[in-house]
Design a binder for this molecule. Structure first.
Ligand SMILES: NC(=O)c1ccc[n+]([C@@H]2O[C@H](COP(=O)([O-])OP(=O)(O)OC[C@H]3O[C@@H](n4cnc5c(N)ncnc54)[C@H](OP(=O)(O)O)[C@@H]3O)[C@@H](O)[C@H]2O)c1
Length: 346
């Protein structure tokens, strides 16, 4: 078994990496890092994993760095991840990051969206954007994969098949997101009495994941707007993109473009054309799994298109994708540890 450390293991996505590793046939969790919970049993924070990790306790960051591992998963807040990436890269350990620290290639875009110069531009250059559906061959044998924004991943999987063939002129993206996107720490907006059953709109036009969408779709940021809605669910992201196409198309052309991109990807599926109630993806159909769904509906004018995609933010939008990247980087089967089915109904 290969050995793995998980940093931010007391958090929302860190816990999800632990859940995946509990069933991974080739990667074993040997170090779960927490600053505040060190020496406490892992299951006191993640009680659903008590049977999987009955004895394991959280390690301090200092102890963790002395433990020999083959791969490190960093489920840390942005700006906390890059120093840990640097430490592991000095030791020759492969890193699957989950934060925003090495997602962008353009330094000016990083400064604009994260409001500081990037402290380690070399890591930005070394990292492969951690979405295997677009970067599979670069990830094979790579040393560092970036995290993906969960909203960005959902949007990219909806739009990249069309931008790749030059079909999108511009798109207005509406993202409906679950509460787990905000992480494990309590906040006023996330407190249950206020968050439950909400439909709160925030960050009109310009959520920072827009930078990743522009980067991965190969269009300028000005081609997109991205507005968020906190929706009444714990997990899940659904993207609705109203796109203006660069020319008039028909449905068979769109199916061709989407089929070319999706092909036989293990975790990415196109929604069926029929029956109509299944044509546009619902996040409930992927919860708990590493799967992504994409569907579309063409306006009768042939120039306006509604694209809908859905993922579980903690899985395809974070931990699942990070493990998929690690599998590729370590030369393991891409789907190892990730074949869990969605929970439905949930
Ligand atoms: N939630 C999502 O849906 C989602 C999706 C995609 C990507 N991400 C990204 O994944 C990362 C983790 O997100 P999350 O939702 O899992 O957050 P979280 O629940 O807040 O967990 C982050 C963990 O990191 C540790 N931590 C916090 N501040 C730290 C610091 N300054 N230095 C070192 N450790 C620190 C904390 O553990 P201790 O205090 O115990 O050390 C905390 O449990 C973020 O970068 C986020 O943007 C999240």
């Amino acid at each position: 078994m290969l050995k793995a450390a998980v940093w931010g293991a007391s958090g929302m996505t860190g816990g999800e990496v632990l859940r995946i590793l509990a069933g991974h046939p080739e990667i074993e969790l040997t170090v779960a890092v927490s600053r505040g919970k060190a020496v406490q049993p892992v299951w006191t924070v993640h009680p659903h994993l008590r049977a999987d990790f009955p004895e394991m306790t959280f390690a301090t960051p200092t102890d963790a760095l002395t433990a020999p591992v083959d791969v490190a998963f960093l489920a840390l807040p942005h700006k906390a991840s890059w120093p840990v990436i640097s430490e592991y890269r000095k030791r020759g350990v492969k890193v699957a990051d989950l934060s925003a620290d090495v997602r962008l290639r353009n330094m000016a875009a990083y400064k604009k969206w994260y409001e500081q110069e990037h402290p380690a531009p070399d890591l930005m250059k070394e990292a492969v954007y951690g979405l295997p559906e677009l970067h599979r061959e670069e990830l094979r044998g790579a040393s560092l994969s970036s995290g993906v924004g969960c909203n960005a991943a959902c949007a990219i999987l909806g739009l990249a098949p069309l931008t790749k063939v030059g079909l999108v002129a511009e798109a207005r993206l509406e993202l409906r997101v679950g509460s787990s996107e905000a992480g494990a720490a309590p906040s006023r907006g996330g407190h249950h009495p206020y968050r439950d059953r909400t439909m709160r709109v925030y960050e009109p036009f310009r959520h920072r994941h827009l930078a990743e969408v522009a980067q991965e779709c190969g269009l300028p940021e000005s081609a997109f707007t991205m507005t968020m809605t906190a929706a009444p669910m714990v997990r899940g992201v659904q993207m609705l993109a109203q796109a203006r196409l660069s020319r008039k198309v028909n449905e068979p052309e769109l199916w061709k473009a989407y089929r070319a991109a999706v092909g036989d990807q293990p975790f990415w599926t196109l929604s069926p054309a029929r029956p109509p109630h299944l044509r546009l993806p619902d996040p409930r159909l992927v919860l708990g799994s590493n799967r992504a769904l994409t569907g579309f509906s063409l306006h009768e004018d042939g120039e306006r298109l509604l694209v809908v995609s859905a993922i579980d933010n903690l899985m395809k939008g974070a931990a699942g994708t990070a493990v998929q990247c690690a599998n590729l980087m370590l030369g393991l089967p891409e789907t190892s540890g990730l074949t869990m089915k969605p929970v439905y109904p949930a």
